[in-house]
Design a protein around this ligand. Structure first.
Ligand code: SAH
Ligand code: SF4
Length: 347
């Protein structure tokens, strides 16, 4: 049975949900080593040896939403809120560009201060001053807003669907709707964005069947990027006391996502590096991942962007972070990409 499934992977036949559940259940170290080496081979074949670095700017932690798992949800009154000024953001982008980043990611809570006028102004200024690809990760907006931000110069958009289990999605998101999120992901693609989505592994209530369905969903949505990180419990949320997702299950999900999507860009996420500081990122890059998103947010704000506790490298500035991560990648025998790192799915 297992042999047949591995045979399917080696010959690049499509895996079905049942196959994925079987593989997500693997525990034997030899089986896991085989799965991971097949995922690594697939990564090499479809996206090569380059690792793409994206400088992450967490520019505001104000949020109008109340997602149950998130430390900066509006209901967390203990969160200390901050919002970077336009000038600070522009300086940070410029610092990232000088360090060598060819992509910057602007991420925030759903902050209503950043109206469409402020966002398009910011995007245009960034594109005027810096030669970088620009990714947005700012949550749900109107279709018109997405269009205007694309026209202003944004290239990519990240919006995770978090789980494809609709009941679980509704439980975790008091002010979002699953169908609406799927519609947004399709619209973003139509507008022309390179689209990233993803999930948390081990969110309370999630099963292996759900994870298998998530992986098939990545493929169905033809995503350019897929972010997969473990759920990490934050104590000032309704999920206080729940167990974290595991590093092992996150590895399996990343490996299978590589095998199923083949060309998607997959980051070794900061959440994974947080649960496995010694070698989580390195291992992820050796079983399917090909992107790292080092934090370039000014140090004085980093600790407040408290989506989950003890984010890795809070305490290191953009430059230290860049050098540490580049060194790690080169030591693995991989290359650091010096182009924009646009999606391979673009015709
Ligand atoms: N507000 C935007 C971007 C910031 S949140 C948005 O929601 O899209 C970015 C991601 O952080 C979320 O998609 C979620 O997958 C992840 N996240 C939030 N809380 C987390 C937690 N407790 N553990 C792990 N990841 C978490
Ligand atoms: Fe806000 Fe995003 Fe956190 Fe939800 S996950 S509460 S939208 S920052």
């Amino acid at each position: 049975m297992l042999k047949e499934i591995f045979h399917k992977i080696e010959h690049e036949y499509n895996l079905n949900k049942e196959n994925l559940v079987t593989l997500l259940s693997l525990e034997n170290p030899d089986d896991l080593a085989l799965l991971f080496s097949l995922a690594d081979r697939c990564r090499r074949k479809y996206v090569g040896e380059d690792v793409h670095l994206r400088g992450l700017i967490e520019f505001s932690n104000y949020c109008r939403k109340n997602c149950h798992y998130c430390g900066i949800r509006r209901g967390n009154q203990k969160a200390q809120r901050y919002r970077m000024t336009k000038k600070e953001i522009l300086i940070t982008v410029s610092t990232a560009e000088k360090l060598g980043y060819k992509t910057v990611v602007l991420q925030s809570g759903e902050d209503t201060y950043f109206t469409i006028e402020r966002m398009t102004d910011l995007i245009k200024e960034i594109k005027k001053q810096s030669d970088v690809a620009l990714t947005l990760s700012i949550g749900e907006r109107s279709n018109e807003d997405y269009q205007r931000m694309y026209q202003a110069g944004a290239n990519r958009f990240l919006l995770r669907f978090e789980t494809s289990n609709q009941d679980l999605y509704q439980k975790l998101h008091p002010d979002s709707n699953y169908e609406e999120r799927m519609t947004i992901l399709r619209r973003l693609k139509e507008i022309g964005y390179q689209v990233g989505s993803g999930i948390m592994v081990g969110i309370p209530g999630q099963t292996k069947e759900d994870l298998a369905a998530d992986i098939l969903k990545f493929k169905e949505l033809e995503l350019d990027m897929v972010g997969i990180g473990p759920y990490i419990c934050h104590q000032n949320t309704p999920l206080v006391g729940s167990p974290n997702g595991t590093v092992e299950m996150t590895f399996k999900t990343i490996a299978l996502t590589r095998i199923v999507t083949r060309t998607a860009y997959i980051p070794a996420t900061t959440a994974l590096a947080t649960l496995s500081p010694k070698d989580g990122r390195k291992k992820a890059l050796q079983l399917g991942a090909n992107v790292v998103m080092p934090n370039v947010t000014p140090l004085k704000y980093q600790a407040f962007y408290d989506i989950y506790p003890a984010k890795e490298y809070s305490g290191e500035d953009a430059e230290q972070n860049y050098h540490k991560i580049s060194k790690e990648i080169l030591a693995m025998g991989r290359l650091i990409s010096h182009d924009y790192g646009h999606s391979l799915m673009i015709p």
